[in-house]
Design a protein around this ligand. Structure first.
Ligand code: NAD
Ligand code: IPM
Ligand code: MN
Length: 386
């Protein structure tokens, strides 16, 4: 690996003008005075990346005097193992009622194989607060970061994942459990209301952000009822957006195409499980899971920001975790609360760190630690503010 790895490919580098910004658009943002944000670092690398995300936020706060209040919440596997409860009813109510948003690192610990605390906290927030939009922007800032050969230019794919239905409701059960005749059923639940609102969110985003195409991802050839509902509603909602081109694709073919020609797509809208799967795939073709942020939103009410990745027990505690996904969540969060220009500045800092070779080892040639990347981006945003 020679020095040239880190020569910025200037021809391919972007400015914010070339690539639509992260912004969630006014449709999703929330204006409120002095938003209160609950910060839950969680487990594994969640703790490490959140430290850096907070460092970047603090660097901005030093120069910009942000009207944000951060409240630390000690929730995660440790707490669950210690107390036998992941989050009490009162704590949940306090999270929901006394805060405007949650900023979460990651949850997941091999010592909690039943994922009880993930279900109570992460899925609990998504479901009980009805955070039906899971917005997962996958942005490739430099062509050379993609593991795919043949990618010539930066591009982005914006995924709108339905976040409150599908195979995630926990409805189902098992029968004759533990016998050779055991039966397991997991219900795949889709409502017209649920399908309609996520499709509308995807179209609104495309319209407001000037994106030319929305693609529905489903498995309508096998899921006749569910697929039928999604296709019908997609067509109906799409009628209000005649200037946006609209098509649908089976999820297996989409998985293939996301590897073959990911830059062919713009906005994808899909159900909960398919969205979970294709967002990891889209994240990796746009540079890596460690770069991808997400926002779980009920427009006008509440939001939960979290990187797309999990707690990565395989690399936890070694300073190897890429903090950019979490740092980009700060970007999304600031944009959500109306500080769009600051979100932009973080994005510039992220891009500059990559161009200068300050990256963790998950990006080819990266030799920096989680903390070094965080410090670099923090000092970039601070100096740009001065
Ligand atoms: P994972 O996302 O934690 O890790 C998958 C792979 O990507 C691992 O090899 C990991 O080292 C790598 N990776 C992930 N994030 C990275 C980063 N920031 N920098 C560098 N490399 C990174 O997925 P998993 O291993 O399937 O899950 C681990 C635990 O996390 C499980 O308990 C799972 O349920 C949980 N999980 C939680 C969330 C969440 O809290 N939102 C999301 C996904 C998985
Ligand atoms: C994600 C995660 C979660 C999901 C898990 C941890 C429940 O993979 O946020 O992508 O499946 O939604
Ligand atoms: Mn996932």
């Amino acid at each position: 690996m020679g020095w040239w790895w880190w020569k910025p490919d200037l021809n391919l580098s972007i400015t914010r003008r070339d690539l639509p910004p992260y912004s969630l658009t006014s449709y999703f943002s929330l204006s409120c005075q002095m938003p209160r944000i609950a910060v839950i670092p969680g487990d594994g690398i969640g703790v490490e990346v959140m430290k850096e995300a907070r460092r970047v936020l603090a660097a901005l706060d030093d120069t910009e005097t942000l009207d944000l209040e951060l409240v630390d919440w000690d929730l995660g596997a440790e707490r669950y193992l210690r107390d036998g409860v992941a989050i009490t009813e009162e704590e949940f109510r306090a999270l929901a009622d006394d805060h405007d948003a949650v900023f979460l690192g990651a949850l997941g610990d091999p010592r909690v194989p039943g994922m009880e605390h993930i279900k109570a906290i992460l899925l609990g927030l998504r479901f009980k607060l009805d955070l039906y939009v899971n917005f997962r922007p996958c942005v490739l800032p430099l062509a050379r970061l993609s593991p795919l050969t043949g990618i010539q230019k930066p591009f982005r794919i914006d995924i709108f994942r339905e976040n409150t239905e599908g195979l995630y409701t926990g409805l189902g059960g098992s029968f004759k459990t533990g016998t050779p005749d055991e039966i397991a059923i997991e219900k795949d639940l889709h409502t017209r209301k649920g399908v309609e609102r996520i499709i509308r969110a995807a179209f609104e985003y495309a319209k407001l952000r000037g994106r030319g195409r929305v693609t529905l991802v489903d498995k309508a050839n096998v899921q006749r009822f569910v697929g039928g509902l999604w296709r019908k509603v997609f067509e109906e909602v799409g009628e209000a957006y005649p200037r946006i081109s609209q098509d649908s694709m089976y999820v297996d073919a989409m998985a293939m195409d996301l590897v073959r020609r990911p830059d062919h797509y713009e906005v994808l809208v899909t159900s909960n499980l398919f969205g979970d799967i294709i967002s990891d795939l889209a994240a990796v073709v746009t540079g890596g899971l460690g770069l991808a942020p997400s926002a779980n939103i009920h427009p006008g009410q509440y939001a939960l920001f979290e990187p797309v990745h999990g707690s990565a027990p395989d690399i936890a505690g070694q300073g190897l975790a890429n903090p950019i996904g979490a740092i980009r969540c700060v970007s999304l969060m600031l944009e959500y609360f109306g500080y769009e220009h600051l979100g932009d500045r973080i994005e510039e800092g992220v891009l500059a760190s990559i161009e200068n070779g300050i990256t963790t080892p998950d990006l080819v040639g990266g030799k920096s630690s989680t903390e070094e990347v965080g410090r670099w981006v923090a000092s970039y945003v601070e100096s740009e503010s001065a």
